[in-house]
Design a binder for this molecule. Structure first.
Ligand SMILES: [Zn+2]
Length: 454
């Protein structure tokens, strides 16, 4: 995925030289310095001369995706006189399902009868402020307020939630979910129209015009182009209605004649989209809505599909749907491609009744633009555990908290005790976080302080 970036970097370096600058992107020397020096020492093994060692640094330290770019030494001349820390970072954050049960919908009703959902994102505003790419999974269609609001099983949520998402600073909203067609195709189309009012937000996964393939959605940050693809395993139907086909991006295949879903086979369109995305983007992000609900381990079809999509060229997976957090891991495909996979972030907001559903994850990914292309820097990549908190009597969403700040006193008054009959404890949440996310857990300080240094 590095070729376009290498080109971009060469152009930037030429420009900098013309302008008499050492580098356009000469960054701070902070704690990264140590890692780079270490990698320089290692670089002797690759046969790359010391003078060029930063070219391999990014690849070694941050797990390069692009072996071809790493072998391309054409940039060496251009960077011969460049300083050893030529790089910069782009950060991505993603949160899970906005599962708009009526206890969440009703929590947004104001004294004057209007709706306001900005409170839902207050707990993570520091992260939304500093990240470059900010993704939310809008599980529930914003089908038009005139249809009325409803929770399970056929949901419809107020468009004011979309306004709050945009206002909070999210710049990507995922809409390919099993609930996208809950209010038939008319609700889906209303939702597409709604997002036209927010051109600052890239809406993906559903479409106004029916077609097997659509343009690859792209987000460009500082000249680095990210493709963001979003698919759902299916709508909540065994047969995908003709009216919905082509409006909703499908992860699983279906019989083109009968519409019967085939949940064991990946939709070939997904793989050709990924291949097309690789041609036009530096980084290919795939957001699959998949997996088995309430199961904190990936299913075999998630693993198989992840391998197939990695083989096709995906670099990062942001998974949603199971309502619980699933692990983060590197996927390596047979052709040597590598992708980081967040199998499931869990919910972001809900009033579900299972304790495990109250634990959720914010994905935090740091990309580094180096001479080798764009790579994921493991150092500042992981998951920040959070807790969905609601009240009971009546059931109302309250807020989302970072697990690191959550207290037993808060757990003692969580609405899930009365509503779900669950004796939720802080220790449960911490144990689940450790068991599922393990070494990938990040603290807010690690993320926000790192950002502050830039
Ligand atoms: Zn779902």
């Amino acid at each position: 995925m590095g070729c376009r970036s290498s080109q971009w970097l060469q152009e930037a370096v030429s420009f900098a030289e013309e302008m008499g600058m050492n580098s356009l992107f000469f960054e701070k020397e902070t704690k990264d310095t140590h890692a780079i020096v270490t990698a320089e020492n290692d670089s002797s093994e690759t046969g790359v001369k010391d003078a060029h060692s930063t070219a391999t640094t990014g690849a070694q330290e941050a797990s390069s995706f692009d072996k071809a770019a790493a072998e391309d030494t054409s940039f060496l001349e251009a960077t011969e006189a460049e300083p050893a820390f030529l790089k910069r970072e782009i950060t991505l954050m993603a949160t899970g399902d906005n599962l708009m049960h009526m206890g969440v919908v009703n929590a947004g009703i104001q004294a004057d009868g209007s709706y306001d959902y900005s409170f839902l994102f207050e707990g993570i505003s520091d992260f939304l402020e500093v990240a470059d790419i900010k993704i939310t999974n809008q599980e529930i269609i914003l089908g038009g307020n005139e249809l009325g609001f409803s929770g399970y099983p056929k949901f419809n949520a107020p468009t004011e939630l979309g306004d709050a998402i945009a206002e909070a600073g999210y710049n990507v909203v995922l809409h390919a979910s099993n609930h996208a067609a809950d209010r038939e195709v008319s609700g889906l189309l209303n939702c597409v129209s709604f997002w036209e009012n927010h051109p600052e937000v890239l809406m993906v996964g559903i479409h106004k015009e029916p077609a097997e393939s659509h343009d690859i959605p792209l987000l460009t940050i500082d000249d680095i182009t990210f493709a963001i693809l979003n698919y759902t395993y299916g709508p909540n139907l065994e047969v995908i209605p003709e009216s919905v086909r082509g409006h909703l991006d499908m992860l699983c295949d279906w019989d083109r004649n009968t519409g019967y879903m085939d949940y064991t086979t990946i939709n070939p369109q997904v793989l050709s989209d990924i291949e097309a995305a690789e041609e036009v983007a530096d980084v290919v992000i795939v957001c699959p809505h998949w997996g088995t609900e309430y199961t904190p381990v990936p299913s075999s079809y998630q693993e198989t599909f992840a391998e197939q999509m990695t083989q096709a060229g995906a670099d990062l997976f942001i998974g949603t749907h199971p309502h619980v957090v699933q692990p983060v891991e590197w996927i390596e495909s047979e052709n040597g491609n590598r992708a980081l996979c967040y199998y499931s972030l869990g919910n972001y907001v809900s009033t579900q009744k299972q304790g495990l559903c109250m634990l959720e994850a914010m994905a935090w990914v740091t990309f580094r633009a180096t001479e080798d292309g764009v790579v994921i820097s493991e150092e500042k990549t992981g998951a920040i555990p959070m807790v969905c908190h609601y009240k009971s009597g009546p059931v109302r969403a309250e807020n989302v908290y970072l697990l690191e700040n959550y207290t037993q006193e808060q757990a003692d008054v969580h609405g899930i005790r009365a509503y779900g009959g669950v004796n939720l404890t802080l220790n449960d949440l911490q144990t689940w976080s450790e068991e599922i996310l393990g070494q990938w857990v990040l603290t807010s300080d690690a993320v926000l302080e790192a950002e502050g240094e830039q």
